[in-house]
Structure formats: structure tokens, C-alpha cells
Design a protein around this ligand. Sequence first.
Ligand code: COA
Length: 326
Amino acid sequence: MIRARITGTGSYVPEKILTNKDFEKYLDTTDEWIVARTGIRERHIAAEGENTSDLCLKAARNAIDMAGIKAEDIDLIVVATITGDYPWPATACIVQNKLGAKQCGAYDISAACSGFIYALSNAVAQIESGTIKRALVIGAETLSRIVDYNDRNTCLLFGDAAGAVVLEAREGERGILSSHLHSDGSYFELLGQPAFGTAVTPTEEIVRDRGYFLTMQGNEVFKVAVKMLAEVAQEAVEANGMTVDDIDLLIPHQANIRILEATAKRMKLPSEKVYINVDRFGNTSAATIPLALDEANRAGKLKENDLLVLNAFGGGFTWAATCLRW
Ligand code: COA
């Protein structure tokens, strides 16, 4: 049977680091509070003029090099992002051009922090159906551009990054086994960026009142996230006739250490089977999973035939999981 297998991973984080101490200098907060409530110690922030497509490009080149292919071999580029260079055209098209890929399909997917799993499942379906042979799937965000650095409820949480994978058609049991996508739009107001779109167009008032930044009801998000992250990961393993005990490594969306710990506890999964790097990068939305996957891969933590589960939760609300045999 033809499966989509990850043959290369790559990632990139901008050079500039913002530490908790940097926030202490001007906000009513402390390093202790941030670490205790979120587990985050630092996050990377894009330089002026460094845009999401630039982050994508660096992550993509690393993944392509590892896969040992050329940019012109790619049949499809999917970028998961909520902070594209422009509302449109798609950041994926900008990446296609910068990468020197042939005139392949290229589009963005908007599913907030679940975006990478949504994008992955979309590319996998095209490989499994025989429509394409190779896809480049990227999760990338420049959240620093939509975060209000005077809002202590949100600004501490987010960072900028990109992660990418090359997916190729391969015979055998190794590869993506299944993907599970969910949403509940009744929660749409709890986490998002209200402006600017067709519902809220730019006005002087909105710009003056700083109404164009990311907004979040943290407590509400927390409660639903823990429940859905655990449920969807369980759904993914059960769909493949396995149980949580079969998981070698869970690579969850890195939102907050307390969400990760509560999810693992709910799943009865030992903490050593949960990959965590939120302390060094914060929440980079669609980039967290491919960034963590690349880090784990390059550190030699993934062994052939390992059962990996990726799970994510984000604005929408959306939530999703992927089960894969490495
Ligand atoms: N520094 C210091 N104190 C802060 C603070 C900060 N940055 N932000 C809030 N506080 C204070 C509050 O004012 C409150 O004080 P009070 O008890 O005197 O009223 C107290 O800390 C607790 O605030 P609360 O908002 O209940 O904190 P919390 O435990 O819910 O933590 C979040 C806040 C944002 C860290 C938490 O809700 C969270 O992680 N939510 C999920 C967010 C997320 O991951 N979103 C993305 C999902 S993809």
C-alpha cells in the first residue's frame, strides 16, 4: 500500500530572543509567574523585515536537504499559517517562488494552532490517492506581528518559528497512518484576531484602540484544550487498533506546560513519552509541531517504526491528531 512518509524535516527560529526578564522590565509580571503558569522561559522574535515566508524558506531548505531531493521535485506546497505575509496571495506561492520550485500546487491552510496537522492530512490524501508523489508541508508563524506587547495576558505566550516536512509516496507500513480533524465554531470568539477581515474592516477607531491584535479568553481556552487534545490523541490510536500504551512519543502542540501535563495525565501517558520544548520557544501556533518533530529527529530521538502521535488545539476552535509510524 502507498503511504505518505516523512523523508525530511527542517525548522528555523529567528535569532532574537525575548526572555521573561525582558517582560519584567516593563510589564506587571515576573519570571516566576510566567514559568509557573506557562512553562515558558523564552521565545524567538522575527527581525524587522523578516516575514513568515522567510521563516518558511529556511525551514523548507533544511527539510529538502535532509530528504535529498531538489526543490523542483516537489509537486505540492502547503503552508499552515494564520500570519501569512499578506491576507492573500497565499504565503505558499511566495515560498514556491523563493524556493525555485516548479509550478506546483501551492496554497495556505488556516486552522490556527491545529494548522500543521490539517495541512499534513491534506497533502497525505493527495499522495495516497496517487495524485502527487512529493509534498512540502510547512507550519510557520510570525505571531509577534499580531501580539499586543502591552497585554500581559497574551504577549508572554507567543513566539515566531517555522517547521517543515517533506512527504513522499512510499510502499510499506511506515508513514502517516491516519489523521483526525475536528472543529467547533461556536467558540470562535474565544481565540482569534478580530480585525482585519470582511467582518471588521480597517477604521481609524480600530487602529487607535489597538483592536487589530490577537485576543484570547485564556481560562476558557485552557479547559476545552485539555479535553480535546486528550480525546483526539486517543481517537487516533484507537482508529489504528492500538492503545495509548503503544505510543512511543507524543508530539503535542506546545501551548503551555500545564496544558501538556494535564493532557498527558488525562491520557495516562508517562511524561517521558511527551516531547516538550515550550520552555524555549513558547507557543508558535502552526509551527510548534514541525519544529518539535525536527528537533526530536535531529537529536536522534525517533527510531524507525516508532509510533508517533501529533495532536493540536487552536482557534476556531479546531483540534486534530495524526498517528504515524516513523
Ligand atoms: N503576570 C502576573 N500575573 C498575572 C499575569 C501575568 N502575566 N496575567 C494574569 N495575572 C494574574 C491575574 O490578574 C490573576 O490575578 P488575581 O488572582 O489577583 O485576579 C492571576 O494572575 C490568575 O489569572 P488567570 O488569568 O486566572 O491565570 P491562569 O492561571 O488562567 O493563566 C494563562 C493564564 C493565559 C497562562 C492560562 O489561562 C492559559 O495558559 N490559557 C491557555 C492559553 C493558550 O494556551 N492559548 C493558546 C491555545 S492554542
